[in-house]
Design a protein around this ligand. Structure first.
Ligand SMILES: *Cc1c(COP(=O)(O)O)cnc(C)c1O
Length: 396
């Protein structure tokens, strides 16, 4: 029995890499001071948190001045979800007379479920649809954004299909009506270049655990000059923009992870894309009646969403698991339910294909050899499941 682990679920979470862990280690038992303390023991930790802020700003093309800059563009949060919630909350509070949020049908639940909550509170939420390749309906977007719209929230790269949205164009449409633009860039950060100024983003969210930093830390970019109302009120941490004593070790880890990602961005993009493209070509050659989901010309480099017709994704996952291969049948939030994910439904992927969809998501920790192992194990698994599938019989 092969005991090795082949982890191809990096859009769900990634491993903390050794360099990141090493950078974090001193902040547990040695440099445990509170960054808000007046003494130098705490003060030196505050300086290190500022260094992490600078590293995050660099990855996003944000500006960083110094520790006394009360309008700092990077706010540390507890996760990507908090960043998404905080951004939308701040935008609504900055334009209190506007009562509408425009977002997309394929956002992460961190945006969609927060919008559900806002709808219950009386806000209008409009979801823009996508086509069969996951591309946003730009005409519908342009129509939806009006003078009552406070914020347009559109993700940079989709967590299920990797599809990249034309964020600069979306920002332009938002700004033409005086609305703010927020992007959930949790999946894109560290995988494709991000420049908040080039895109003209007003708010942008990232999460530590999607780029080899720990779980439970995130960051929110807020454009300088935008009035910011905190989602979490408490002490004066984060320049009064996010109460709660800083998760120092994780913040240091997030900073380090951003520094590594920035230094290796081009090379990593190329190697992930090559591994993914080779993998898809081999799977296509070996297995009939599959479809690859998403905007194939415009995708995050390490994401591969493949629909295997007439079988259940859950069954595929279970048989892959026997070989230590970890993948996913959609977003973590849909796993466990038998409904195809909201993303595939929004794309109109036919039912019989949507049900047999597997997301393979790569990171720099993967090797071409691991993917070849999957290419070897996958075809007999699919053939075996199709053999016992009533749908496959009837469609032959
Ligand atoms: C994972 C993810 C989130 C949530 O981030 P957490 O840190 O897990 O809260 C938000 N948006 C997208 C696109 C994600 O993939």
């Amino acid at each position: 029995m092969d005991k090795r682990l082949i982890y191809l679920d990096n859009n769900a979470t990634t491993a903390v890499v050794p360099e990141v862990l090493e950078a974090m280690m001193p902040y547990f038992c040695e440099k445990y001071g509170n960054p808000s303390s007046i003494h130098r023991f705490g003060g030196s930790v505050a300086a290190d948190v500022e260094n992490a802020r600078k590293q995050v700003a660099a990855l996003l093309g944000a500006s960083y001045r110094d520790k006394d800059d009360c309008a700092t563009e990077i706010i540390f949060t507890s996760c990507g979800t908090e960043s998404d919630n905080a951004a939308i909350n701040a935008a609504l509070n900055a334009l209190p007379e506007r009562k509408k949020i425009v977002t997309t049908a394929v956002e992460h639940p961190a945006v969609l479920h927060y919008c559900d909550e806002l709808a219950r509170k009386g806000y209008t939420v409009e979801l823009i649809g996508v086509d069969g390749c996951g591309r946003l309906d730009m005409a519908a977007l342009e129509k939806a954004v009006d003078n009552d719209t406070a914020v347009v929230s559109a993700m940079w790269g989709n967590n299920e299909t990797g599809t990249i949205f034309p964020v600069a164009k979306i920002a332009k449409i938002a700004h033409a009506k005086g609305a703010y633009f927020h992007s959930d860039a949790v999946q894109a950060a560290g995988k494709v270049p991000i420049d908040v100024n080039e895109v003209n983003a007003d708010f942008l969210s990232i999460s530590g655990h999607k780029l080899h930093a720990p779980k439970g830390v995130g960051a929110l970019y807020v454009r300088r000059g935008i009035p910011f109302t905190p989602l979490i009120c408490g002490g004066h941490q984060e320049r009064g923009r996010r109460g709660g004593t800083e998760n120092v070790a994780s913040i240091i880890g997030l900073g380090k992870a951003c520094e590594i990602a920035l230094a290796n961005l081009d090379e990593e993009y190329r190697s992930l894309k090559k591994m993914r493209d080779d993998f898809e070509a081999k799977v296509k050659a070996a297995i009939p009646r599959i479809r690859i989901n998403g905007d194939l010309e415009n995708r995050l480099p390490g994401t591969s969403s493949i629909s295997f017709e007439c079988i259940e994704g859950e069954s595929i996952l279970m048989l892959l698991d026997v070989f230590g291969i970890c993948a996913s049948s959609g977003s973590a939030c849909t796993t466990g339910s038998l409904e195809p994910s909201h993303v595939l439904r929004a794309m109109g992927v036919p039912y019989s294909a949507a049900h047999g969809t597997i997301r393979f998501s790569l990171s720099r920790c993967n090797t071409a050899e691991e993917l070849d192992f999957v290419v070897e194990k996958l075809p007999p698994i699919i053939a075996r499941l199709r053999e016992i599938s009533p749908y496959w019989e009837s469609e032959k």
